[in-house]
Write a protein of this length. Structure first.
Length: 153
């Protein structure tokens, strides 16, 4: 017999909506205190829960994005704080993208692939060199920045 997908979808929507609310509150806490251990742990746990539920139901873009957010929060956890307002902004963008995906599931819309730029940014180590993270060309597009030393001659 097949699973009652409507039931599991409903549970996913209820739980992920709750988890997204908790992530939102925790991000607002981080705006006030970037080293809030409770907020950092909450975001990590909620991203992990959403990832697990989404993966089990085949919502691959949701699982991919929440996995990247979870990995990013693991780095934030290790650093003991959100590095700066740019990193906090990145976390808010991750939340907004997850909220849009959960809304798409709720409205029975097809899930679009995750924005590759967001995935790439979330995948950068939290402690990566500031110049690589913030170097911008005219128009706000990231520039290619040399990240390794030239070989000795």
């Amino acid at each position: 017999m097949g699973l009652d997908m409507a039931k599991y979808r409903r549970i996913f929507l209820e739980e992920s909506t709750e988890h997204l609310g908790e992530i939102s509150r925790a991000l607002l806490d981080l705006e006030k205190e970037m080293a809030s251990v409770a907020a950092i742990d909450t975001i990590f746990r909620m991203a992990h829960s959403i990832k697990s539920m989404a993966a089990s139901l085949g919502y691959d873009p949701v699982a991919e994005l929440s996995h990247r957010l979870e990995d990013r929060m693991e780095g934030v956890r290790a650093a003991g704080r959100v590095r700066d307002v740019e990193e906090l902004g990145l976390l808010f963008r991750g939340l907004e993208a997850l909220e849009a995906m959960v809304a798409a599931v709720s409205e029975d819309q097809p899930l679009a692939p995750v924005d590759p730029g967001l995935i790439e940014e979330l995948g950068r180590p939290a402690g990566a060199g500031a110049e690589r993270d913030t170097a911008m060309a005219v128009g706000g597009e990231p520039k290619k920045v040399r990240t390794q030393s030239p070989s000795p001659r």
